[in-house]
Design a protein around this ligand. Structure first.
Ligand SMILES: [Fe+2]
Ligand SMILES: [Fe+2]
Length: 272
């Protein structure tokens, strides 16, 4: 049973936005843009993994997951669509998405692999997204000075990531996925995800002409390694995943619930 609701976001994504849309900050804009560039390909893979995993379940177990899988697919499909609209503006700004084709090439290698491998990769990525989401909701003031519609987009996505963070993990376990493989993929995904994020962020800054500006590096240092920095605050929750008894629901999602309650005017539930 699940409460995963698919929501249509009521924001304008037609009007272009500033290159340094994230509060005028070149580094943060470049980093978030990099993540957004990975979403359409990445989230399609998550959808496929979860669908394939669901099909591989014995029929008596499918009933238990049916509504949750539908909710998951609906949420990720909506994220893909919204971020594709966002990314179209990045193209027009002259940024070049190298991450998506690289990811697509790599995913080709997984064709024909057991559904549990796909799910282990998805669950690992979803752990990253859930940590990032929770951190984002907690430190939403980093988005201050951004247009309200863009702030809403990032916080809505964060809230839903936190909501559906257990789906791939639970399917993996229901299919008898082992702890060893879960950890093996988690380590690989960590290296690949961090490497790709870094490469695309640098690529974005280069195209933006801000890579070698002192301000960019200063912002990167405080955003990543400062007291409330992303790396500093995420290491612990990242490491939790290595525990044999880890489950995504053990990590906070209060902020997600609260954001969804407080921002009901920002979306309409679909099919409700
Ligand atoms: Fe998503
Ligand atoms: Fe997700």
């Amino acid at each position: 049973m699940t409460d995963l609701v698919v929501r249509r976001l009521l924001i304008d994504l037609e009007t272009p936005f500033d290159r340094h849309w994230c509060g005028g900050d070149a580094f943060r804009s470049a980093l978030f843009n990099a993540l957004s560039m990975s979403f359409p390909v990445g989230e399609q893979f998550f959808i496929d993994s979860v669908r394939n995993g669901f099909k591989a379940l014995p029929p008596e177990q499918q009933q238990r997951f049916k509504a949750e899988v539908q909710g998951f697919v609906g949420q990720e499909a909506t994220h893909r669509r919204v971020h594709a609209l966002f990314n179209a503006h990045l193209d027009k700004q002259g940024l070049v998405n190298d991450w998506a084709p690289r990811a697509q090439k790599r995913l080709k290698l997984l064709e024909g692999a057991d559904a549990r491998h796909w799910l282990a990769i998805t669950a690992a990525n979803e752990h990253f997204t859930a940590i990032f989401a929770e951190w984002m909701l907690q430190n939403h003031d980093w988005l201050d000075g951004s247009e309200a519609r863009l702030k809403t987009m990032w916080l809505w996505h964060s809230a839903e990531e936190s909501e559906h963070k257990s789906t791939a993990f639970d399917l993996y376990q229901a299919l008898g996925g082992t702890h060893e493989w879960r950890i093996t993929w988690f380590r690989r995904v960590t290296l690949i995800f961090l490497g790709d994020t870094l490469r695309q962020t640098i690529n974005n800054l280069r195209h933006d002409g801000t890579l070698w500006k002192w301000r960019t590096w200063k912002s990167a240092a405080s955003y990543l390694f400062g007291k409330r920095g992303l790396v500093r605050q995420s290491y612990r929750p990242w490491r939790e995943y290595l525990r044999p008894d880890f489950h995504p629901s053990q990590q906070e999602s209060d902020l997600s619930r609260r954001w969804l309650e407080d921002n009901m005017n920002a979306y309409t539930p679909v099919g409700a």
